[in-house]
Each structure stands twice: as C-alpha cells, then as structure tokens.
Design a binder for this molecule. Structure first.
Ligand code: PEP
Ligand code: MG
Length: 898
C-alpha cells in the first residue's frame, strides 16, 4: 500500500484517498498551473493512525523519500541552515471542513536556519516574523498550548514598543518575541521547541491526524452528515510567501481568495478578497480587512491578468464555479488551493443553467448540481424592502451579504447565550466581531449571524453558507463590544443584548427592530403570481423553472400532496401535485365539529350513535365534494378516521375537577358524571397503540360505512355535475388481512347501494396503509384484499423503533444525536436499514401477490430529499407530502431518476 503521493501523481478523482485539497493540488499541477511542489499523505495512513494509535511503519520511509525528492527539486534541504526549504503541513479531508482542522506553516525554521532565511530573503524582520509564527502555530496546534498565551505575549511586545500593529515590530522585537515564545513552550509543554526540522514535520503530521477527532471537527461532521471514519489527508507543500513585504515597484506580494463567479448570486465577474503583504491564513481568518480582488489589477497587473487566465482555465476544466486560494511572492503568482466552490442556493440554480447555456454541461448535469435542500431554502420568505420602516425598524449598518435569507431575532453576543436563549424558545441573532470555530454551536442555535469583520470568505461566511443560515459579515461601521454586550452604530445608535434586530443575508443590510417579511419569488412563481421584483428574482425564477421542467421530464415517481381541504389541495395543485395521497379525515373534525365525534365515541345506545352519525354524514359529504372538485381529474386518497382517542375526548383531569366542583357546590352534574365515567372507561395508557384506525372502525358500528357513504355520494354528486372525481378509500392502521376483509365487505355493500341509487359505476379503489410492522411482514396476504398500499412511515418508524413520535424529539433525541447514534432523526429521514427494509420487502411481497399493485408513501418522509431517493429505488409509484414540500419532492424525484 502506498501512503504518499507526489502532487504530480494524483488527480481530482482521488478525493477519497488524497482529500479534496490534495486531489485538486495534483490536478492543478498536472494542468501545468503554478503550484508549489509538494506531496500528500493519504487518508488511509490517517485511518491506520486513528485505529491503531500509531503511524503505519512504512509512512516514515515514504515521507522521507518524498521529502528527499522535493529537496532535490527545490535545490535545498528542509531546514538547511544557510538556505532552508520550508514547508506547510495542512489538513485536507474528502469534504471541506473550513477551519475545523489544523495547519502549521513555516516548518523547517529553527535557531540555525532563521538566519539563512533572513539572508536569502534579504529581510531579517521577515525571517524572525516567520519563525515566531511557526512557534505560535506549532505550540497551539501540535503541543496543545493555549493560543491566548502567545497572543498576550505579542500584545505585550507591541505595548512595550508603542506599536499599533504587528508590522510596527522590527527584527529585534521579533527576535525577543521568539525567545518569549520558546519560554512559553518550554514551560507549558514541558519540552523545548524542536529544532530538528524532520521532527517538526512528523509531529505536525500527527497533529493533523489528531485534529480529525477534535471536538469542533466532530460537531461539524455531525451537522453536515459527514461520516466520522473517513480520516483526513495531509498536504506537505513547499512554502511561498506573501509577506515578504512590498518591494519598490509595489508588486511585493500578498495573498487572496478568488471565485470564478459570485458565490452569493451566481453572477459572472471578479469576486474575491486580497490582502497585501500577508501570509495564507490571514485572509480566511478575517483578522485584517481585505480589499476587493478587483483592486489587484491596480496593485499588480501582470499577476492579476495571470490569475484571470487561470480562473478561466479552471472553470472550463472543472465545468463549475471554483474557488481559489493564491499567494503572490515577489510578483510571482502561486496557486495554493482550488475546489468546486460552495455557493448559495440561488447561485446553484443560476450557475447550473448558465453553464448549460455556455455548453459546458447538459441538462442532466444541471439537475445533479442542485438539490432539494437548496430549493427549500429559496422558498423561505424575504424582507419587504418597501415596508422596512413600517414597524419602526431603521437601518443601522450595511455589511457583506454572505448567506441569504431574512433573519429576525434578539441580539446576543456570545455562543453560550445564543444556545441558552434559543433553547427557551427565543429567536436570536448571534453578533460577533468575527466568528471562530468555537462559535459553531451558537451559529447553529441562531436564526442568523452578524459580524463586523471579515470578508465573504471569513469563517462566519463560509460556515453559515454551508449551513444555509442567514449571515451578514464585515459590517464595519458597527462596533461590536462583546464584553459590554452591545453594538454601536454611527449616529449614537446602540443595540443592547436582547434588542430585536433584522439581518438581510441577501442584501447585507442590518436593521434595528423588526422588518416585515415577504414570500420568496420562487414561491410566488409556483403559486403562479408575479413576484415582488427583487433585483435578481427574474433570473432565479427562470433557472428554477428550467430545472424543474427537466426534473419533471425525467422523474418516474409521481408526487401527491397530503391535504385535507380544498384550499390546501388547490395550492398543492399549483405546486405541481398530481393528486392527494393522504386526506386525513380526522382533520375534518377539528374545531366545533370535534364535539360531534366526541358524541359518537361516547354514545351508549344505538339511537344516540345513529343520531351522531346522521349529523356527521352531510358535513363529510360536503367536504369531499369540495375536495374532489379542487382535485378534479386527479386521484384523491381519503383515509377513514384515525384519531388516537384522547385527541377527541375531553381532558380527564379537567373533567374530574368540573365534576368535583359541581359536587361540592351541590349543583346538578349528571351529564358531566356520565361523561367522566365514559372517559374513564375509554382512557388508555398508550393511546397511540390503542383504539384508533381500523380498530375504531370495527368497534364503533356504522362509523366507517358512514364515511364510505359520504365519499361515494360525493363522487356521485361530482359526476352528476360533470366532474371527474377519482376517489380512493384507504384504511389506516391495519395489522392483519382479516381486519381489511371485514371493512371491505361492508364498504362494498354501501358503494353498491349508492351506485344503485344513482345508477352510476363509481370505480372506487379500496386500499390500505402499511404502517405497522405486522402489516409489512404479512403484506403478501394483505395485498389479496387491497387495491393499493400507502406506506405510513410515521407510524411505521414509531412502531419499528418503539419511539413515541410525539415525545421523542423533546426527550432523548438530543442525547442520541450528540452521541452520533444517528445523524438525523429517523422521523425526518427514513431509516433505510430498519424501517426501509420493511418497506422494501412489503413492496415486493405485495406485488408478488398482486402484480401492478399501486404503491405510495404518505408519511413525512415523502417530502424528505434523501428518503425520496430511497422510495424511488424500491419502486414506489408516488410519494405524498405536505403542499409546501411538493417542489422539493419533484426535484428530488427527478434527481433520483438519473
Ligand atoms: C403515517 O403514519 O405515516 C401516516 C401518514 O399517518 P399519520 O401521520 O396520520 O398517523
Ligand atoms: Mg399513521
């Protein structure tokens, strides 16, 4: 097994082995682009280390051989006293994890070689500054010393010197600071800073391996659903310096980040940040303020032109938006990294269609380049520009639109408060001068993030975009004081902790107070309304339209809606629903009708029951008529009543109190008492496992037949009116075919009666939900009696896991998520291995009995992107989800079919 690859040996398709950064450095090297020579240690080596606690024995030799080759090519040795080769040691996993893992620069500097570097660079100050950076970074990441100790020593040095910035420290100051830093190391790490360059390198490599399992990295992976066992690669790359200081012709050097298109809007143009006289990490860390990349043209035209040329090469080669890190050393441009860049949801759609128009990709590829989560994001509301002042909100700042969306919440100034307040139900905006990886939990808890420092590539911006969180960064006129917990804006405006602010991640504007919110143009488009013309809205809507049309063309799964009334049904239709997959009839008995159901359930005598049913029937029928009209020509699956009893009965405690009070006051309370006795009789410890679904239908005579009659009558009425109603009757919570047989027999009688009265054939299909393990396990038998199956994955998940769907999220799920037992709730994304395997086998068994059996799913999973792919793979005919998620399901069904 080979553990080390030279940059000339790899390519972009080896990301699993070389990590994203390593694979792309190799790709650029082989494209002939200026990449500083180096090599990559594979993720396999990291895995061996993480599993066994020691580097694979061969690694040391392989690294040695590659280092020698590098030294030969560079004509100098690592740490050579008179002219040292210096290298960076950087992490680089399969998936980008910005700022989550470790990097050490300037490896190879020592007491001996610092003078050699000074001589070669002709700049003593630069050499000592590089050395102190090495000790600082090495001390923090490799030796685990608190980074603040170094920062404080640096501040102290500046104070002594009366220096405003680092740049004001001269070579002697920095030499002294190196001494101080070495003392800190000796004292805190119990060892001297290693002078042997190879030892520096080996320890740094190990530290990068270790950083894979750091707390920040683990949390980030869980959030992003990145598996924990991938490991990271390590890139060892010869150093180039952007901080050699500006030379007389002002070409000097610097470092920057560039995008081949705007990652926020997708627009073509020059986007990025540049920082003169700086070294790599300074830009990403957002520590000093950068200038827009376009300025580079003025500062160093030839490097700028070359960069533009390389950006075009990269974009054509990768056929996608690329982001780039580069450094200019004394007028020579070097590429330090590229990758297919992260982007906002809007940019993803726009770029995909732009690339189709440029002939770089085809429509199928465009569909692969977007996803349902992005589409869902675009369906969020935005701020209403015209009405900003209505609620007294005023603009207090304008920063960089780093991650779109409209966030309103109370300002908080640290992660801890963000988490605490959000747990108690408050919406919060996390306000920081700049964020660092320790703010991650707070960013997750917040509605949005606001920083006063840093560019589009700062930590806050990159991480927020990845999470789909609204973020404005670099709002420089805002003064953030985290100690006093307030924010001051020009004109003496002060926002204290707890004051409401509104943050517009699409424009970068920040408001004090609450700004009214408008629907997204994408939703307006789906609704068939004209949208409130935000600047880029037209292009975005067109891109969404084109990609949706393509998804619809290629998908095999049909998409239906879960809807219980005409209004939802009509909206679902506008969103592209091809029918209703679940009409929950118990939802038709909420509000004032609840009492009618209560009466039915509590009825003692046949007469009482008949009366209750007779009052329910016409209301049911009218609801169905409306629903069938709204969905004319499309299938509507009506599920017979399935309420857990307790939802329809008076609260037992409340009722007991009422009775007790009446007794004490000696008031008449016969009715209450009767009711209380009935409620006691029907009370269940586990209502979810109790008298509901088909069981209720079998226990309360006449209930299901009343519902079937109402459906049949409604169909007949719609037919008579010239409509095309297509009802399907669905029986819930079936566990055995015998239940279904009984219901079916009764239902068929009623349907035949109605057909006779109206002299029409109603073509009513009768099927069942598969939502209990026993139903799934005996699906072959059940199919004998069912025209269709619809998987109720909510109850199926509940019963397969024995997790109460109503309680679990609030009780132990957080602990489970934290422990990584699952990365996402099984109620949100289908548990493929458990619940999914039952779905798969039931689908097969059902179709073995009845070829062509229609199969769908109507649990919440029907609108979840990952689950849609699974349902496609097991051959279902349709998914059914809430109206708002229909576009997402259509898109993902298209993507699944590719
Ligand atoms: C289900 O159980 O998945 C389902 C759709 O039914 P309900 O959510 O109404 O129980
Ligand atoms: Mg159910």
């Amino acid at each position: 097994q080979k553990f080390v690859y030279d940059f000339t040996e790899g390519n972009k398709d080896l990301k699993d082995l070389l990590g994203g950064k390593g694979a792309n450095l190799a790709e650029m090297t082989n494209l002939g682009l200026p990449v500083p020579p180096g090599f990559t240690i594979t993720t396999e080596a990291c895995k061996v280390y993480l599993e066994s606690g020691a580097e694979p024995p061969a690694l040391r030799f392989e690294v040695g051989a590659h280092l020698e080759a590098l030294e030969r090519r560079m004509g100098k040795k690592l740490g050579q006293a008179d002219d040292p080769l210096l290298v960076s040691v950087r992490s680089g996993a399969r998936f980008s994890m910005p700022g989550m893992m470790d990097t050490v620069l300037n490896i190879g500097l020592s007491d001996a070689s610092v003078a050699g570097l000074a001589a070669q660079a002709g700049d003593e100050r630069f050499a000592w500054d590089s050395y102190r950076r090495l000790i600082q970074m090495f001390g923090r990441t490799v030796l685990g010393i608190d980074g603040d100790l170094f920062e404080e020593a640096l501040e102290e040095a500046k104070r002594e010197r009366g220096a405003a910035t680092d740049v004001d420290l001269d070579a002697d100051d920095l030499r002294r600071l190196v001494g101080t830093f070495k003392d800190i190391v000796a004292e805190r790490a119990g060892r001297d800073f290693p002078q042997d360059p190879r030892e520096q390198m080996d320890l740094a490599i190990r530290a990068v391996f270790d950083s894979w399992n750091g707390d920040r990295a683990r949390l980030y992976r869980r959030q992003e659903r990145i598996p924990h066992d991938l490991g990271t690669a390590v890139n060892v790359c010869s150093m180039v310096f952007g901080n050699l200081g500006p030379t007389a012709d002002s070409k000097g050097g610097g470092t920057g980040v560039a995008f081949t298109r705007d990652p926020a809007s997708g627009r073509q143009g020059v986007y990025g940040d540049y920082l003169a006289n700086a070294q790599g990490e300074d830009v990403v860390a957002g520590i000093r303020n950068t200038v827009p990349l376009a300025e580079l043209e003025r500062i160093d035209k030839s490097s700028y032109d070359r960069l533009m040329e390389i950006m075009e090469i990269l974009e054509n080669h990768y056929r996608d938006l690329c982001d780039i890190e580069f450094t200019i050393e004394r007028g020579k441009l070097w590429m330090l990294q590229t990758r297919v860049g992260k982007r906002t949801a809007a940019a993803a759609f726009r770029i995909a269609t732009q690339l189709v128009d440029q002939g770089l990709i085809d429509e199928a590829e465009a569909l692969r380049r977007v996803n349902g989560a992005q589409l869902a994001q675009l369906m969020f509301p935005r701020f209403e520009e015209k009405r900003i002042g209505d609620g007294g909100a005023e603009r207090i700042g304008w920063g960089i639109a780093a991650s779109p969306g409209a966030a309103v919440g109370k300002a908080v100034f640290d992660s801890y408060t963000a988490i605490k307040w959000s747990r108690s139900g408050e919406k919060v905006i996390l306000v920081r001068r700049e964020t660092n990886p320790d703010d991650l939990d707070g960013m997750i808890a917040a509605e949005g993030i606001l920083t006063s420092r840093g560019g589009k590539t700062s930590h806050a911006a990159v991480v927020a975009r990845g999470m789909g969180k609204t973020c404005v960064c670099g709002a420089e006129e805002l003064e953030v004081d985290t100690k006093r917990r307030c924010l001051s804006a020009p004109g003496g405006v002060v926002v204290e902790e707890g004051d409401v602010i509104s943050v517009d991640g699409s424009t970068g504007k920040v408001y004090r107070g609450e700004v009214p919110v408008v629907p997204s143009p994408v939703v307006e488009y789906f609704e068939g309304r004209t949208h409130a013309g935000a600047e880029d809205a037209d292009e975005l809507v067109e891109a969404v339209h084109r990609i949706m049309a393509y998804a619809d063309r290629v998908r095999r799964l049909r998409v239906r809606a879960n809807a219980d009334n005409a209004e939802d049904a009509l909206r679902a239709r506008r969103f592209g629903a091809q029918g209703i997959g679940l009409c929950r009839t118990e939802h038709m008995f909420l509000g004032e009708r609840r009492e009618l159901v209560e009466r039915l359930i509590l009825a003692d005598t046949d007469t009482e029951r008949q009366e209750a049913l007779a009052r329910l029937m016409p209301r049911q029928k009218d609801d169905f008529v409306e629903l069938f009209e709204a969905m004319d020509g499309l299938p509507v699956t009506v599920r017979l009543l399935d309420p857990p009893l307790h939802e329809f009965l008076p609260d037992i405690t409340e009722l007991s109190v009422r009775v007790a009070l009446a007794e004490a006051r000696k008031e008449p309370h016969e009715n209450e008492l009767r009711l209380l006795q009935a409620v006691h009789r029907l009370h269940e410890q586990n209502p979810m496992l109790g008298l509901r679904g088909v069981r209720l239908g079998l226990v309360i005579p006449g209930l299901f037949t009343m519902q079937v009659r109402a459906i049949a009558e409604a169909v007949a009425e719609r037919r008579a009116a010239g409509g095309d109603p297509r009802a399907e009757i669905m029986i819930p919570l079936v566990g055995t075919v015998q239940e279904l047989e009984i219901v079916r027999e009764d239902a068929e009688k009623v349907i035949a009666e109605v057909e006779g009265t109206h002299d029409v054939s109603l073509d009513l299909a009768l099927g069942t939900m598969i939502e209990l393990p026993r139903a799934a396990l005996t699906a072959g038998q059940i199919a004998e009696c069912a025209d269709f199956f619809s998987f109720g994955t909510n109850d199926l998940t509940q019963t397969v896991w024995a997790f109460s769907r109503d309680d679990v999220e609030a009780s132990f799920f957080t602990a489970y998520l934290e422990k990584g037992i699952f990365g996402v709730s099984p109620f949100e994304t289908i548990d493929v291995d458990g619940v999914g395997s039952l779905v798969r086998s039931a689908a097969e068994a059902g179709r073995a009995t009845r070829p062509g059996l229609k199969l769908g799913v109507c649990g919440e999973h029907g609108g979840d992107p990952e689950s849609v792919h699974f349902f496609h793979s097991v051959g279902l005919d349709y998914v059914s989800c809430s109206p708002f998620r229909i576009p997402v399901a259509r898109l993902e069904a298209g993507r699944a079919a590719m």
